[in-house]
Design a protein around this ligand. Structure first.
Ligand SMILES: [Zn+2]
Length: 278
């Protein structure tokens, strides 16, 4: 049996499985502070005999396995978690741990088992409480010197909106995440009607980011997941906007084959976290 932990900023998904698509038991708990959430996670796995653990976590965190700080959360991106070493904490469950960012894990899930199969350069973008993206080149996450932080790139801010990123204000996440929609329109994104002008704005902002991703990585598939992307009408708006902004500078092919829905639905992250354990 393998174990998987998808540690997100809002919720944490825990699973025990025979393989990533054959989950035996799954539990979703809210991500509170580390003092209460970590013991709850450790307790869930205590009933199972796990051979290896895969963890996909929010960051920024140290991914260099040669470092003494491997698994350390280094920034206060979520209150109280800075300084928590996830590898040390989760070694109480099993010493055999593979850890990556939550978006790299979700990218791996979709690449191996979902909409990213048979792609050369694959990008998974999550749009929810925050924005993040994992880039896989031939199935391997592009880590770079630390790891990518695509959610914190800068995009045009045409109406000078203040933005909600705790660190930068009006970065991509600060302008286009779920909390940014709520800050801009005064209601939760899920409560906005399908015809509300907010969606046109949201599609434009997401398209700015996606065009930057295309410019930087030239992916053959981009999957858009996360809570905001459960608004399925956004996909067509985004495809039109991306083509409009890119202006055929390089061929994008059939845009419907480039910008895709996740084939694993809301399970990309936990399936990918489990696949890290293999
Ligand atoms: Zn930011």
């Amino acid at each position: 049996m393998i174990g998987g932990i998808e540690l997100g900023g809002t919720k944490c998904v825990l699973a025990v499985a025979n393989n990533p698509l054959d989950i035996i038991e799954k539990r979703i708990i809210p991500t509170k502070d580390p003092y209460s959430t970590i013991p709850e996670i450790v307790s869930f796995f205590s009933n199972f005999n796990i051979s290896k653990l895969g963890v996909g976590s929010f960051g920024p965190l140290v991914l260099n396995s040669a470092s003494a700080d491997y698994g350390l959360l280094i920034t206060e991106s979520k209150k109280n978690w800075k300084g928590t070493n996830l590898v040390k904490e989760f070694s109480k469950i099993n010493e055999e741990i593979a850890i990556d960012t939550d978006v790299n894990a979700a990218a791996l899930g979709e690449y191996h088992y979902g909409a990213g199969q048979s792609s050369e350069t694959f990008v998974y973008v999550t749009v929810g409480t925050g924005i993040g993206a994992g880039v896989l080149v031939k199935g391997e996450p592009h880590i770079g010197n630390f790891h990518l932080e695509i959610g914190h790139m800068l995009i045009p801010n045409v109406d000078n909106f203040r933005g909600v990123c705790r660190i930068h204000g009006n970065c991509f996440e600060g302008l286009a995440s779920g909390p940014a929609i709520q800050a801009r329109w005064g209601v939760e994104a899920s409560e906005l009607s399908i015809n509300h002008e907010a969606w046109k704005k949201e599609a434009q902002l997401l398209s700015f980011g996606i065009v930057n991703i295309i410019s930087n990585h030239s992916p053959d598939k981009i999957v858009l997941g996360g809570g905001v992307m459960n608004q399925k009408h956004l996909f067509e708006l985004i495809r039109l906007n991306v083509e409009d902004i890119w202006k055929g500078y390089t061929p994008l092919g059939n845009i419907s084959n480039l910008i895709l829905e996740p084939a694993l639905g809301n399970n990309s992250g936990i399936v990918g976290s489990l696949s890290l354990a293999l």
